[in-house]
Design a protein around this ligand. Sequence first.
Ligand code: AMP
Length: 185
Amino acid sequence: MGPQGVGKGTQAARLAEVFGIVAISTGDIFRANIKDNTELGTTAKAYIEKGDLVPDEVTNAMVHDRLGDEDVKAGFLLDGYPRNAAQVAELDTALASFGWELDGVIELTAERDVLIERLTKRAHDEGREDDTPEGIARRLDIYYTETAPLTEAYAARGLLAKVDGVGEISEVTDRIVATLAAQLG
Ligand code: AMP
């Protein structure tokens, strides 16, 4: 978990490699569906462009479906999900239905001005449609109001590893791996 621009996608891909598991990014799945003009993509597009969350029933069904795939059985990491309280509850239900439990939750942190700087650069480099000044502000607001408070519940369950997301990419990966080992065993 972590705000837009903190490096979730980058670190998720690296951690997937370190641990030999798959990274499941809800944002990437939505973007691939938009690119392929699927029904899911058409539904998600309007929300994503505005910086709003895609409705829970759509997102939850998509994640549940992905968790049923064969490659997930060896382990997985979720990037960008859950993002609100309803998704936390749905994830617990979905995991229970497969007989699984979360091993840990990583929270990556950075100050808002660092995030805006990174997202503005990404808008320039990658041309993501939702990286407009309004989209960036909207997504950060949603993160701080809806998503950030969820980390407390995971901390109370003894699952949270909080890691500073500012630094060299490899440094942050090392920090995450070390924090997971120290806090979650
Ligand atoms: P991301 O690549 O994680 O920044 O996600 C890009 C956009 O996809 C978000 O701004 C949302 O519109 C949508 N999205 C990604 N994950 C979720 C989620 N868990 N719940 C709802 N919408 C999501």
